[in-house]
Design a protein. Sequence first.
Length: 359
Amino acid sequence: MRTFQCVCENTLFFDNSLCLHCGREVGHCPRCRNIVALLPVEEASFRCGNPDCGVSLVKCDNFVTFNVCNRCLLAPENITPTEASSARSILCDCCCFNHTIPDLNTPGNLEKWYRLEAAKRRLFYDLDLLQLPYGTEAQGVEPALRFDFKADLIPKGEFWRPIGPKERVFTGHANGTITINIREAEDVERERLRVELGEAQRTLVGHFRHEIGHYYWDMLVKQKREPDFKRLFGDHTDPSYAPALEHYYKAGPPIDWPERFVSAYATMHPWEDFAETFATYLDMLSTLDTAYHVGFVTIPPTLRALDSTVEQYQQLGVALNELNRSMGLLDLAPKVLSQVVKEKMRFIQHLTSQAGAAE
């Protein structure tokens, strides 16, 4: 992740919507792909503060109305016919994928939605870094990507009784739709689940990276590379998903799982192995991309061979883990990347590089 610069020369960060030095509003410009000062032109219209860009901008509606976004759209006079045909109202290139947002009449949900959107924007940064394809149904992309942010249903006046199966929201992916239970945006609840499930790490952006792995299995592997997938990850049809899930929660992972899998949950089923490995691959690239932009490493991860990338990540991970431990924090990079896991990552790297080249 890069840092950026305001017109006052103050450093701006990816999540900023305000420069804390000069007080100017800032936001993401879709033309130059920077976080820039938004220089007012007229009511509700701005000019990109990047002197090499200067394009006219309008704010995303979720920026204006709810302040859960910090991205802009090109002003109408700057939109090409192609861009105009794919534009959806006045939502930015991240918010346009939302299908369901939290009920904002419920106290606390606006804050949860803000955290979800911040994590989702980082996911899209990862995908754009790899130049991976994604899009909406209107753009003709199959499967079409969309997001549902939902809460468990608790009937009014019945807060005391247990929630039934039909009233629970399960974080997951199906046919291009990524559903996130908004309780994952609560730090206390997410940590409770992390401890309860014995996970080394559980983050909001990690959920997005895992579920997008399922999305790209559908897009890049299904009916295209399944034989190659089976050789590395196993047969996803035997056993099928439901029996595998039941067995995992009854018996747990095999004792030797770190030798072959990136996480205990990856042992549950080949689909989950792929999604967990895909998420770890994105974790690795995102961490090294940030490390490159702050000067910790000298070569961007997208220009490295996989073995070199993994070696650099492991070296950096050891150092960062020790820094976190000195503060009493969880390890930043807890995953063990065995040779088997690296071969699975090599498959994912090949898939993503081919898909990026096709774009």
